[in-house]
Design a protein around this ligand. Sequence first.
Ligand SMILES: [Zn+2]
Length: 111
Amino acid sequence: MRDIGVDVKNPTAEWDGDVNCPFHGTLRLRGQVLEGTIASLGMSRTVVVERDNIRYMQKYERYEKRTSALSAHLPSCIGEVAVGDKVKLMECRPLSKTVSFCVIENNGGEA
Ligand SMILES: [Zn+2]
């Protein structure tokens, strides 16, 4: 297994031969590392991850919570994920029109 250069747990599930895996395949990761919550599991190997941004609104002198969603590639070795799981993502080359992040760690759900 390759060292992806970021301090994450080694994935434990089976690798299915997907080359777009940063640990077993040839996918290179660079750029931003983000954390988010799984919001949807619609597509195979792709998940939708939501992130909360807290913004200060000068006009109203209060904070506003905004949620942004992005699609991320889910390598098979990360294993099963569920909606609500906290995951770590890292930027990679664009894998499709909307996917340019890859899930690199699953920290499970709340509780
Ligand atoms: Zn893998």
